[in-house]
Design a protein around this ligand. Structure first.
Ligand code: NAD
Ligand code: IPM
Ligand code: MN
Length: 365
């Protein structure tokens, strides 16, 4: 029997609602394998700004550093949208990612057979899609210097950011991506904009050079505009994708719609050492917050990724994923996934269904 220290950051909007469900399912799944979780909740994002004036208080970062893994729901909301970049809720999330050096963001987009009709694309296009987007998370235009605002002598304001990658930054994310491809269908597509950007030319050269160490992996390159189109035209052509911070942010939201809903997509943000951050791809969904309408599955699946990649508890992860498939098999859906003939549930009722699925499957589902 082992105890795992989890730093839990519910954040804003639907964050607390989906966190509650994920922790229930996590604890039940752990229990059936003799694993216990010591959960410490901390403030991040808008909730932290309101309580302390900071989107990432020092105590929160310290609690995350002292944990075995960080489970984060979502941050942000209209209330804090006019604050300067670094003081916004989003600034807290970015500071957490850099503070833990969680540079490799794994964003799987898998179309479950039960949801193949839930996509806005035709069933035959999306059925069987299984993509792993490997997004660089602590570099690129999100963090490049210089950045800011200036005013010229005519009084015109300018806003600017810098997209920058160094060779070591590209090398380490490339290694993660090639290793991920090796455990999958052995195909890696690197996405860039090297027909225009120097930063992408260095990206492409570096990924190509690292690829020589992985002769068993088929490496291709694609411009990001074409990749955005191919993801909708023929998503099954993709296996593993590696790309920079901004392109990965956009393409992963796009990929979510292949699966039926953004509310289904989990992610793992992995450092070279120390605790990783496990968080859904979606945000705080302020439009539905506080109404018990959110889909908790992305959060439950993020907790499963935490077990798999952060805590080496693959069986607990399997059980949690099985609870999600079982709820879908039984026709239970939250509003974002509703279609004819399905049973619509609130977030908390879906939590109860997941819990029951977890408890009745026991272990070894
Ligand atoms: P969003 O992902 O919060 O919402 C986009 C749309 O998807 C909304 O209509 C929302 O209702 C729906 N949606 C998202 N998650 C859902 C779920 N689990 N169940 C049902 N429906 C769901 O993106 P947005 O509206 O562009 O951003 C809202 C806030 O979230 C912003 O402040 C943004 O910066 C922040 N954000 C945070 C994260 C994060 O914490 N990791 C990620 C993305 C956006
Ligand atoms: C995500 C979000 C974040 C990002 C924001 C909220 C900072 O959109 O996790 O995808 O852009 O990385
Ligand atoms: Mn995003």
């Amino acid at each position: 029997q082992a105890t795992h220290k989890i730093a839990v950051l519910p954040g804003d909007g639907i964050g607390p609602e989906i966190t509650k469900v994920a922790l229930q399912v996590l604890e039940a799944a752990g229990k059936s394998h003799g694993e216990q979780f010591e959960v410490k909740e901390s403030l991040v994002g808008g909730a932290a700004i309101d309580a302390t004036g900071q989107p990432l208080p020092e105590e929160t970062l310290a609690a995350c550093r002292a944990s075995d893994a960080v489970l984060l729901a979502a941050i942000g909301g209209y209330k804090w949208d006019s604050l300067p970049s670094a003081s916004r809720p989003e600034g807290g999330l970015l500071a957490l990612r850099t503070g833990l050096n969680a540079f490799a963001n794994l964003r799987p987009a898998v179309v479950l057979p039960q949801l193949a009709d839930g996509s806005s694309l035709k069933r035959e296009i999306v059925e069987g899609v299984d993509i792993m987007i490997v997004r660089e998370l602590v570099g690129g235009i999100y963090f490049g210097q210089p950045r800011g605002f200036s005013t010229n002598d005519k009084g015109h304001k300018t806003g600017y950011n810098t997209m920058v990658y160094s060779e070591p930054e590209v090398e380490r994310i490339a290694h993660v991506a090639f290793d991920a491809a090796r455990k999958r269908r052995k195909r890696l597509c690197s996405v860039d904009k090297s027909n225009v950007l120097e930063v992408s030319q260095l990206w492409r050269q570096t990924v190509t050079r690292i690829g020589k160490e992985y002769p068993d992996i088929e490496l291709t390159h694609m411009y990001v505009d074409n990749a955005a189109m191919q993801l909708l035209r023929n998503p099954k052509e993709f296996d593993t994708v590696v790309t920079g911070n901004l392109f990965g942010d956009i393409l992963s939201d796009e990929a979510s719609m292949l699966t039926g809903s953004l509310g289904m997509l989990p992610s793992a943000s992995i450092p070279s050492e120390g605790p990783g951050i496990f968080e859904p791809v979606h945000g705080s969904a302020p439009d539905i917050a506080g109404q018990d309408l959110a889909n908790p599955m992305a959060m439950v699946l993020s907790a499963a990724m935490m077990c798999r990649y952060g805590l080496s508890l693959p069986q607990v992860a399997d059980d949690m994923e099985a609870a999600v498939t079982s709820a879908l098999d039984q026709g239970f859906r939250t509003g974002d996934l509703m279609s004819d003939g399905m049973k619509q549930l609130s977030c908390s009722d879906m939590g109860q269904v997941l819990l029951k699925a977890e408890q009745t499957s026991g272990n070894g589902f």
